[in-house]
Design a protein around this ligand. Structure first.
Ligand code: DX5
Ligand code: ZN
Length: 215
Protein backbone atom coordinates (compact mmCIF):
# COMPACT_ATOMS: atom_id res chain seq x y z
CA UNK A 1 0.00 0.00 0.00
CA UNK A 2 1.47 3.36 -0.93
CA UNK A 3 1.68 6.08 1.67
CA UNK A 4 -1.20 8.54 1.88
CA UNK A 5 -0.55 12.28 2.02
CA UNK A 6 -2.91 14.52 3.97
CA UNK A 7 -2.13 18.24 3.59
CA UNK A 8 -3.15 20.16 6.71
CA UNK A 9 -5.51 23.03 5.93
CA UNK A 10 -4.27 24.82 9.07
CA UNK A 11 -1.33 26.04 6.98
CA UNK A 12 -3.48 27.11 4.00
CA UNK A 13 -4.30 30.72 3.13
CA UNK A 14 -7.65 31.21 4.89
CA UNK A 15 -8.46 34.11 2.58
CA UNK A 16 -8.10 31.75 -0.38
CA UNK A 17 -9.56 28.51 0.92
CA UNK A 18 -11.38 27.69 -2.31
CA UNK A 19 -8.13 28.04 -4.28
CA UNK A 20 -6.16 25.92 -1.80
CA UNK A 21 -8.88 23.27 -1.63
CA UNK A 22 -8.87 22.98 -5.41
CA UNK A 23 -5.07 22.72 -5.40
CA UNK A 24 -5.38 19.65 -3.14
CA UNK A 25 -8.13 18.22 -5.38
CA UNK A 26 -5.89 18.36 -8.42
CA UNK A 27 -2.71 17.24 -6.63
CA UNK A 28 -1.53 13.74 -5.71
CA UNK A 29 -2.75 14.23 -2.12
CA UNK A 30 -5.09 11.58 -0.74
CA UNK A 31 -6.97 13.29 2.09
CA UNK A 32 -7.68 16.72 3.53
CA UNK A 33 -6.39 17.02 7.11
CA UNK A 34 -8.62 19.33 9.14
CA UNK A 35 -7.43 20.55 12.57
CA UNK A 36 -10.17 21.61 14.97
CA UNK A 37 -8.86 23.30 18.15
CA UNK A 38 -10.90 24.60 21.07
CA UNK A 39 -8.42 26.80 22.97
CA UNK A 40 -8.85 24.50 26.00
CA UNK A 41 -7.34 21.12 25.12
CA UNK A 42 -4.68 23.02 23.18
CA UNK A 43 -3.60 26.65 23.62
CA UNK A 44 -4.95 27.76 20.24
CA UNK A 45 -8.25 28.11 18.39
CA UNK A 46 -8.17 27.16 14.71
CA UNK A 47 -11.53 27.26 12.93
CA UNK A 48 -14.89 25.67 13.40
CA UNK A 49 -17.95 24.21 11.80
CA UNK A 50 -18.91 26.93 9.24
CA UNK A 51 -15.37 26.98 7.85
CA UNK A 52 -15.30 23.20 7.53
CA UNK A 53 -18.67 23.33 5.75
CA UNK A 54 -17.19 25.81 3.27
CA UNK A 55 -14.17 23.57 2.60
CA UNK A 56 -16.40 20.53 2.26
CA UNK A 57 -18.34 22.21 -0.57
CA UNK A 58 -15.23 22.15 -2.76
CA UNK A 59 -13.27 19.16 -1.41
CA UNK A 60 -13.27 16.08 -3.64
CA UNK A 61 -11.17 13.86 -1.35
CA UNK A 62 -11.89 12.33 2.07
CA UNK A 63 -11.90 14.67 5.07
CA UNK A 64 -9.58 13.52 7.85
CA UNK A 65 -10.76 15.51 10.87
CA UNK A 66 -8.41 15.84 13.87
CA UNK A 67 -10.26 17.05 16.96
CA UNK A 68 -8.06 18.78 19.52
CA UNK A 69 -10.98 19.48 21.83
CA UNK A 70 -12.15 18.33 25.24
CA UNK A 71 -15.22 16.10 25.48
CA UNK A 72 -15.34 15.36 21.73
CA UNK A 73 -18.44 13.13 22.06
CA UNK A 74 -20.58 16.29 21.94
CA UNK A 75 -19.69 16.86 18.29
CA UNK A 76 -19.46 13.39 16.74
CA UNK A 77 -22.80 13.63 14.89
CA UNK A 78 -22.01 17.17 13.76
CA UNK A 79 -18.79 16.08 12.07
CA UNK A 80 -20.50 13.08 10.50
CA UNK A 81 -23.10 15.46 9.02
CA UNK A 82 -20.27 17.67 7.75
CA UNK A 83 -18.94 14.73 5.73
CA UNK A 84 -15.91 13.63 7.78
CA UNK A 85 -14.60 10.26 6.60
CA UNK A 86 -12.20 9.80 9.51
CA UNK A 87 -12.77 11.37 12.92
CA UNK A 88 -9.77 11.40 15.26
CA UNK A 89 -10.06 12.18 18.95
CA UNK A 90 -7.25 12.60 21.45
CA UNK A 91 -6.50 9.77 23.87
CA UNK A 92 -5.83 12.42 26.52
CA UNK A 93 -9.26 14.04 25.99
CA UNK A 94 -11.44 10.94 26.37
CA UNK A 95 -12.56 9.41 29.68
CA UNK A 96 -14.44 6.61 27.92
CA UNK A 97 -12.45 6.06 24.75
CA UNK A 98 -14.09 2.76 23.86
CA UNK A 99 -17.55 4.34 23.94
CA UNK A 100 -16.35 7.32 21.92
CA UNK A 101 -14.88 5.09 19.21
CA UNK A 102 -18.08 3.03 18.99
CA UNK A 103 -20.10 6.20 18.58
CA UNK A 104 -17.84 7.47 15.78
CA UNK A 105 -18.22 4.18 13.92
CA UNK A 106 -21.97 4.04 14.46
CA UNK A 107 -22.13 7.44 12.71
CA UNK A 108 -20.46 5.89 9.65
CA UNK A 109 -16.94 7.26 10.07
CA UNK A 110 -13.56 5.63 10.60
CA UNK A 111 -12.37 6.09 14.18
CA UNK A 112 -8.96 7.58 14.91
CA UNK A 113 -7.03 8.14 18.14
CA UNK A 114 -4.27 10.74 18.44
CA UNK A 115 -1.45 10.46 20.99
CA UNK A 116 0.42 13.45 22.36
CA UNK A 117 4.23 13.18 22.31
CA UNK A 118 4.33 12.20 26.00
CA UNK A 119 1.68 9.47 25.75
CA UNK A 120 3.18 5.97 25.42
CA UNK A 121 2.11 3.59 22.64
CA UNK A 122 1.43 0.99 25.35
CA UNK A 123 -1.60 3.08 26.40
CA UNK A 124 -3.37 1.57 23.39
CA UNK A 125 -2.73 -2.09 24.33
CA UNK A 126 -6.34 -2.74 25.35
CA UNK A 127 -8.03 -0.75 22.59
CA UNK A 128 -5.93 -1.16 19.44
CA UNK A 129 -8.40 -3.61 17.87
CA UNK A 130 -11.13 -0.96 17.96
CA UNK A 131 -9.08 1.76 16.24
CA UNK A 132 -8.96 2.41 12.47
CA UNK A 133 -6.15 4.97 12.64
CA UNK A 134 -3.62 6.05 15.24
CA UNK A 135 -2.28 9.58 14.80
CA UNK A 136 1.13 9.90 16.43
CA UNK A 137 1.72 13.56 17.22
CA UNK A 138 5.28 14.40 16.24
CA UNK A 139 4.91 17.92 17.71
CA UNK A 140 2.90 19.18 20.65
CA UNK A 141 -0.59 19.78 19.23
CA UNK A 142 -1.85 23.32 18.78
CA UNK A 143 0.30 24.96 16.15
CA UNK A 144 1.67 24.38 12.68
CA UNK A 145 5.29 24.99 11.76
CA UNK A 146 6.96 23.33 14.76
CA UNK A 147 10.02 21.08 14.67
CA UNK A 148 9.65 17.33 14.41
CA UNK A 149 10.31 15.37 17.63
CA UNK A 150 12.90 12.67 16.84
CA UNK A 151 11.53 10.13 19.33
CA UNK A 152 8.60 9.71 16.93
CA UNK A 153 10.54 7.15 14.86
CA UNK A 154 10.75 4.85 17.88
CA UNK A 155 7.04 5.29 18.60
CA UNK A 156 6.11 4.41 15.03
CA UNK A 157 8.11 1.18 15.27
CA UNK A 158 6.46 0.28 18.60
CA UNK A 159 3.00 0.95 17.18
CA UNK A 160 3.71 -1.09 14.05
CA UNK A 161 4.67 -3.99 16.31
CA UNK A 162 1.47 -3.67 18.34
CA UNK A 163 -0.65 -3.55 15.16
CA UNK A 164 1.07 -6.65 13.76
CA UNK A 165 0.63 -8.47 17.05
CA UNK A 166 -3.15 -8.12 16.71
CA UNK A 167 -3.18 -8.53 12.89
CA UNK A 168 -5.08 -5.27 12.87
CA UNK A 169 -5.68 -3.10 9.77
CA UNK A 170 -5.12 0.09 11.77
CA UNK A 171 -3.30 2.86 9.87
CA UNK A 172 -0.40 4.84 11.34
CA UNK A 173 -0.59 8.59 10.73
CA UNK A 174 2.16 11.07 11.59
CA UNK A 175 1.23 14.67 12.32
CA UNK A 176 3.62 17.57 12.80
CA UNK A 177 6.89 18.73 11.28
CA UNK A 178 6.79 16.26 8.39
CA UNK A 179 9.17 17.31 5.60
CA UNK A 180 11.44 15.88 2.91
CA UNK A 181 14.07 15.31 5.63
CA UNK A 182 12.08 12.76 7.65
CA UNK A 183 9.36 11.27 5.42
CA UNK A 184 11.35 8.32 4.07
CA UNK A 185 12.47 7.20 7.53
CA UNK A 186 8.88 7.51 8.79
CA UNK A 187 7.67 5.28 5.97
CA UNK A 188 10.48 2.80 6.64
CA UNK A 189 9.38 2.63 10.30
CA UNK A 190 5.81 1.82 9.24
CA UNK A 191 3.92 5.09 8.70
CA UNK A 192 0.91 4.88 6.34
CA UNK A 193 -0.36 8.48 6.35
CA UNK A 194 1.74 11.65 6.45
CA UNK A 195 0.13 14.95 7.45
CA UNK A 196 2.00 17.98 6.16
CA UNK A 197 1.05 21.60 6.75
CA UNK A 198 3.91 24.06 6.39
CA UNK A 199 5.95 21.81 4.13
CA UNK A 200 3.11 21.89 1.59
CA UNK A 201 1.54 25.33 1.93
CA UNK A 202 4.66 27.42 2.55
CA UNK A 203 6.27 25.98 -0.58
CA UNK A 204 6.54 27.87 -3.82
CA UNK A 205 4.89 24.94 -5.54
CA UNK A 206 2.69 23.03 -3.04
CA UNK A 207 1.65 20.34 -5.52
CA UNK A 208 5.32 19.54 -6.18
CA UNK A 209 6.01 19.01 -2.47
CA UNK A 210 2.96 16.75 -2.17
CA UNK A 211 4.30 14.76 -5.11
CA UNK A 212 7.70 14.48 -3.46
CA UNK A 213 6.25 13.09 -0.20
CA UNK A 214 4.16 10.67 -2.24
CA UNK A 215 7.13 9.36 -4.24
C1 DX5 B 1 -0.81 20.53 14.98
C2 DX5 B 1 -1.71 20.01 13.90
C3 DX5 B 1 -1.03 19.66 12.64
C4 DX5 B 1 -0.37 20.81 11.95
C5 DX5 B 1 0.79 20.29 11.17
O1 DX5 B 1 -1.52 20.62 16.15
O2 DX5 B 1 -2.39 18.85 14.35
O3 DX5 B 1 -1.91 18.99 11.75
O4 DX5 B 1 -1.23 21.51 11.09
O5 DX5 B 1 1.49 21.35 10.65
P1 DX5 B 1 3.04 21.25 10.25
O6 DX5 B 1 3.13 20.23 9.15
O7 DX5 B 1 3.34 22.65 9.80
O8 DX5 B 1 3.79 20.85 11.46
ZN1 ZN C 1 -3.53 17.60 12.90
Amino acid sequence: MSVKIAPSILAADFANLERDTKMINSSEADWFHIDIMDGVFVPNISFGIPVLAAIQKHAKKPLDVHLMIIDPDRYIETFADLGAAILTVHYEACDHLHRTLQKIKSCGMKAGVALNPHTPIASLDSIIQDIDLVCIMSVNPGFGGQSFIENTFEKVKQLKKLINQYSSECLIEIDGGVTNTNYSELIACGANVLVAGSYVFKAENPAENIKLLKS
